[in-house]
Structure formats: structure tokens, C-alpha cells
Design a protein around this ligand. Structure first.
Ligand code: RM4
Ligand code: MN
Length: 386
């Protein structure tokens, strides 16, 4: 049993976002931190530290244009030299004055063409970096009833998605992310999993839905969405983070570790944890007040802990209780796994892999934080672009 769990955990991979290492904040204030990266290279170097101590975060997502460089193949080589790889390419069509009324759904065809050109540019970036996933999140929507035609915007969205999908290489996927509201407050163009699913279904086999855990209405049963999309073969990725209120982007597993466990239970029960499952487990977070690299390490560990607990669920006992209609027995099997302390097992696993059993302490001891604070002076600190 323990060996089976360890084998599954050894296969697990979590992808970190380049923007988590840059300055971020709310619309009220961005608090700068010492040692913050000034270039995409420095962000990748920070991500490499997370992988070095956790052993399970070998890829880093880029966001274009925040991570624009002249030589993407060179950037990919830079990453591999540091022991990590470039993962998902995130398109950004939400920070240009032209996009006030939307990007790919904008009523103005010139602006729609501009947005689509950026999406296609992102596929060029993927070709150069060897990335297989293009992640699309659109800030598009309307603020007032009557502002624009809800149906026409869906038509425009479909047109842009078709053109982007057609441009993908045989090994590349389109990941469509949804979000309930913000920045649009009346009608968001991709507000929920159903909308994302319908577009992906029409597009084809290599179009999949991304679940950002912070993008739902309060009380939404996210593990139901996970189970449903898994069953349909349409779950492509997660953007993990925690939320108390809206899209808070706090550390995964911080606000509701039980929810993260319930999500991972669905993943484990569908046997979708390893690379063969085709799910990209990404973090999408901002560390506004806590130090960024330790914030990422903590988040990776939180996902790993939730996964270990999910792997502990006694599947046979659960199935038997469910078949017998034993409500409390079945619930008890799940709660037993959630209540287990998996930290000793994870320490043991890390020691076996030649890692420090305590990644947070290992990073603190490494002196990396002090070194970047001393070295990274001058220049423009990276930020999430607001
Ligand atoms: C969005 C969405 C995207 C992320 C940006 C920064 O709300 O979650 O995944 O790329 O934020
Ligand atoms: Mn996201």
C-alpha cells in the first residue's frame, strides 16, 4: 500500500506560474519585495528553486507578453540548463487599451484580428519552446444589459477559437479557462465550465477545459465538475489556488484543504494523476504579502499532501460501503483518509529521492533569498502587468 502510494506520488508533477515570482497586489497597492525577478530568466531561476527542493515542479508556465523575449528557444535552453522546462504558454489579450470592449469578442473586427494575431503568435512561441499547451483566458464580457449581443459575441469567440485550434501542431492542445465574473460584471463570455466545454467539444479532441479553482460562485461543488469533465475526457488542466471570496489567488490548499482533497480524490479515482492522465496540474497564484518562492513551495507541498491523502482512500472499502448504501460508512472511509497525517510518509519519500525531508527549511537554509536580494538591484522588477 505504502509503496503504491509512493510510486504514484513520484509520478506527480505540478507546474508553477512565472508571474507568481513577480510583484503583484490588489487594485489598491502592489507591495514590492526585495530580490524580485527583473527578467523572464530570473523568474525561471526562481521556479527552478521550487523544483530543486520539492522535486515535483519541473515546469513553469509563461505569460505572453509579460515574459516576452527575443529568443524563445534560447529561453527554453536556459530553463533546461537550470533543471526545469517551459510549460504552458498563457495568452494575454486583456491589458491593451484596444480591449476595453473585449478582445476576440470585440464588436470591432480590427480589434478581433489583433487579438487573434496574438493568440497565433503564442503558438509560434510554443513551437520555439516545445510547449504543448496553450492556455486561453478571456476577460471578455459586458457590464450592462444591452451593451452588446450575447449571441454575436459567442459567434466571434467561436471564430477565434476555430482559427487558433487550426493553427496548433499535432501534439499541441488548446486549454480554455472560464471565470464567472471580473472584469466583466454583467455577462462574461466564457463564464462557466459548460460554456468552455461546449466550445471545446466543437473544436475537437485537443481542446480541453481548465478549471481555475478560484473562478466559481461561492458554494460551487468543484469536484463534481472535475468528475464530469474527466468522464467526458475534457479536463485538460487545473489552475490551483485558494479563495475566500472571489478570485483571491491565495495559496492552494490554504483556504480549504478539504476541497483540494476532494478534487484530488476524483483525480485519483479516475486514475488521472500521472502524465498518462493528460491533466496539467498548474498553480495560478499571486503572493502579495508573503515571500514568493516559499509561497510557491508551500503551495506545491499542499497539493502533494492533498494528493497523498487522496491516495490513502481505501477504494475497496469505499466501493463496498457505497454498494451497500452505507452512507455513514462510505463517508467515514473518505474522512479517515483526510484525517491521516501524511507528512511522515512524504518526508520518507523525499529522503528516498535524495531531497531534504523539509523543503521549506531547505530553501531557507540555501541562502538563495539573501543572494537574490543582494544581486537583483537596479532594473525594473517584474510585475503581473497591472
Ligand atoms: C486570470 C486567469 C488566468 C491568469 C491570469 C493572470 O484571472 O486566472 O489563468 O493567466 O488571471
Ligand atoms: Mn487561472
Amino acid at each position: 500500500m505504502t509503496e503504491r502510494i509512493k510510486a504514484a506520488l513520484r509520478e506527480q508533477q505540478i507546474e508553477v506560474p512565472s508571474w507568481a515570482y513577480g510583484n503583484s497586489g490588489t487594485r489598491f497597492k502592489v507591495f514590492a519585495q526585495p530580490g524580485v525577478p527583473r527578467t523572464p530568466q530570473e523568474k525561471i531561476a526562481d521556479a527552478a528553486q521550487v523544483h530543486a527542493v520539492t522535486g515535483i515542479a519541473p515546469t513553469v508556465s509563461l505569460h505572453i507578453p509579460w515574459d516576452r523575449v527575443d529568443d524563445y528557444a534560447g529561453l527554453a535552453k536556459y530553463a533546461t540548463d537550470l533543471g526545469v522546462r517551459i510549460g504552458t504558454i498563457n495568452a494575454n489579450v486583456f491589458q491593451d487599451d484596444d480591449y476595453r470592449l473585449g478582445s476576440v469578442t470585440n464588436p470591432d473586427p480590427r480589434i478581433r484580428r489583433k487579438a487573434l494575431a496574438h493568440l497565433l503568435d503564442c503558438v509560434d512561441v510554443m513551437d520555439a519552446t516545445g510547449s504543448t499547451d496553450l492556455k486561453l483566458w478571456f476577460a471578455d464580457g459586458t457590464n450592462y444589459p444591452g451593451q452588446d449581443s450575447i449571441r454575436a459575441r459567442q459567434d466571434r469567440l467561436a471564430e477565434a477559437l476555430d482559427a487558433t485550434y487550426a493553427r496548433l501542431g499535432a501534439r499541441q492542445r488548446l486549454l480554455l479557462e472560464y471565470k464567472l465574473f471580473e472584469p466583466a460584471f454583467y455577462a462574461t463570455d466564457v463564464p462557466d465550465w459548460g460554456t468552455a466545454y461546449a466550445h471545446c467539444l466543437r473544436l475537437g479532441e485537443r481542446a480541453k477545459v481548465v478549471i481555475d479553482t478560484g473562478h466559481h460562485a461561492p458554494g460551487t461543488n468543484i469536484e463534481f465538475i472535475v468528475a464530469f469533465l474527466l468522464r467526458e475526457g475534457k479536463l485538460g488542466a487545473f489552475d490551483f489556488n485558494s479563495r475566500f471570496y472571489a478570485d483571491d489567488d491565495l495559496m492552494a490548499g490554504a483556504a480549504d484543504p478539504f476541497q483540494l482533497f476532494r478534487i484530488m480524490v476524483e483525480i485519483v479515482s479516475a486514475d488521472a494523476l500521472g502524465p498518462a492522465g493528460g491533466i496539467n496540474f498548474m498553480l495560478d497564484q499571486c503572493h502579495n504579502i508573503e515571500p514568493k518562492i516559499p509561497g510557491q513551495i508551500r503551495s506545491v507541498l499542499n497539493v502533494q499532501e492533498a494528493t497523498a491523502k487522496a491516495l490513502l482512500v481505501d477504494a475497496e472499502a469505499l466501493a463496498a460501503a457505497q454498494a451497500a448504501g452505507d452512507v455513514l460508512g462510505a463517508h467515514g472511509v473518505l474522512m479517515d483518509a483526510f484525517a491521516a497525517d501524511v507528512r511522515p510518509l512524504l518526508r520518507e519519500l523525499r529522503a528516498e529521492q535524495g531531497l531534504d525531508p523539509d523543503p521549506m527549511a531547505a530553501y531557507a537554509r540555501s541562502g538563495y533569498a539573501e543572494r537574490i536580494a543582494a544581486e537583483r538591484v537596479g532594473g525594473q522588477q517584474a510585475g503581473w502587468g497591472a
